[in-house]
Design a protein around this ligand. Structure first.
Ligand code: ADP
Ligand code: MG
Length: 426
């Protein structure tokens, strides 16, 4: 018997207009299907369009091109049968827990008595019976997200979309809630037929999903997929799970195909990596047990950084020529070797040299500073240049990183009062 397709996206494009009127493609030619009795995890780095994709599926945002179907019917607006859980919980602070959960039903015109009964059931299912009268602020983060989940489940959704639903919680709370959700699913105590979870935590996706879909960035496209046939509940420490985590790390960092996830960033873009963390990762990589070569999964674990923070650091080390990614491993380069063995002052020199040789945006800033008569350039001027190349949010982020790296390298200074960059003249 053929497996039923619940959600089908074909050739979906989505772009947004920047403040200057230029438009930027966020999703391009996205193909995705959600099948009956399937948990799919969507992985991709920050800004790759994961949330946008979920909103398109939920009918909250329209695609520019392509088709979005739910059970063969085109999605034009919010669909009964599809519900979403948000990272921010999105609860109304002035409503009680019970009222927040009932909201999901009010929109559907369900009579009051039935709403109350169903909300009570949903709260019980998720372990919150007795908390109906509480206000969100009286609850812990984990319990608040349970309310967010109850509000989605109360509508008996056939398709449940979870947008980084566990990432605002501390690790243990997030894991507990995730395991509780999986138990409801595996024991079929909820009627949901398909779950799409967005995550940037690789281990989380390996623990949950029947299939992992990896989205590339700029623009977001489906870049790779991986089926996971392990029975649940899965053991995070088992060899199978460790091997899959390593494999997904490799898939996320391998420059395969047109738009690799962590390939050399396009000119002027910089990953979100702070210098201290880069040094910490380098220092770890250099010593036993890694001795200059580490599987990403193991190194990430050793650094205790979330994947969202860890992968940009690997990418930054690659841009700077201090270490490089290959086959899911991070390998120390010769310059990186020099770096870890150098004293602080020498480290800064090396860092400056690598920045000058390999980071276009820092060179652009240095050129501008050299041309300026007084050796100073307003931050706004650099920002304006960056905004020609990327949206303003991204431009501000890149500028912040470039300032941090350049200051550490003592290539230039930044004056917080005048918001000017200034050459570092000794
Ligand atoms: P992710 O969830 O993978 O981090 P998002 O879907 O939130 O990514 O965003 C993808 C890109 O689209 C980002 O660059 C973001 O700034 C941009 N974007 C998202 N929503 C809007 C919007 N309503 N208007 C303009 N740009 C947007
Ligand atoms: Mg998002």
């Amino acid at each position: 018997m053929a497996v039923e397709t619940l959600i089908e996206l074909s050739a979906v494009d989505k772009g947004f207009k920047a403040s200057d009127g230029t438009s930027r493609t966020v999703l391009e030619q996205v193909e995705l299907r959600l099948h009956d009795r399937e948990i799919v995890a969507l992985l991709g780095r920050s800004g790759s369009g994961k949330s946008t994709l979920l909103r398109i599926i939920a009918g909250l945002v329209a695609a520019d091109k392509g088709a979005v179907n739910y059970r063969g019917r085109p999605v034009h607006g919010p669909v009964a049968g599809v519900a979403m859980v948000f990272q921010s919980f999105a609860l109304f602070p002035w409503l009680t827990v019970q009222q927040n959960v009932e909201l999901g039903l009010e929109a559907q015109g369900v009579p009051a008595a039935e709403r109350a009964r169903k909300a009570g059931e949903a709260l019980e299912l998720i372990g919150l019976s007795g908390f109906g009268g509480a206000l969100p602020r009286e609850l812990s983060g984990g319990m608040r997200q349970r309310v967010g989940i109850a509000r989605a489940l109360v509508t008996n959704p056939e398709v449940l979309l979870m947008d980084e639903a566990f990432s605002a919680l501390d690790v243990l709370t997030g894991q507990t809630l995730r395991d509780d959700m999986l138990e409801l699913w595996d024991e079929q105590r909820i009627d949901t037929r398909s779950i799409l979870v967005v995550s940037h935590n690789i281990e989380e996706t390996v623990m949950m999903a029947d299939r992992i879909v990896i989205l590339s960035s700029d623009p977001g496209r489906v870049r790779a997929q991986l089926r996971i046939d392990l029975p649940r509940p899965r053991n995070a420490d088992s060899e199978e799970v460790r091997a899959l985590v390593a494999q997904v790390y490799a898939m996320m960092t391998q420059p395969a195909g047109a738009a690799p996830l962590a390939a050399p960033a396009p000119a002027y873009r910089l990953p979100d990596a702070d210098v201290e963390r880069m040094e910490a990762v380098l220092d770890l990589l250099a010593v036993a047990p890694f001795n200059g070569k580490a599987r990403l999964a193991q190194l990430a674990e050793e650094t205790e950084l979330a994947d969202e923070a860890f992968l940009p650091i690997c990418e930054a080390l690659g841009i700077l020529g201090l270490a490089h990614l290959v086959d899911g491993e991070l390998r120390l380069d010769r310059q990186g070797q020099h770096y870890v063995h150098a004293r602080q002052a020498r480290r800064q020199d090396l860092f400056a040299r690598q920045c000058r040789g390999r980071v276009p945006v820092i060179n652009y800033i240095l050129d501008a500073l050299h041309v300026a008569a007084d050796g100073a350039v307003p931050e706004a001027a650099v920002l304006a240049r960056l905004e020609e190349l990327m949206d303003s949010e991204e431009a501000a982020r890149v500028l912040k990183v470039a300032i941090e790296w350049g200051r550490y390298a003592e290539l230039y200074e930044y004056d917080f009062h005048t918001r000017q960059l200034r050459l570092n003249r000794e």
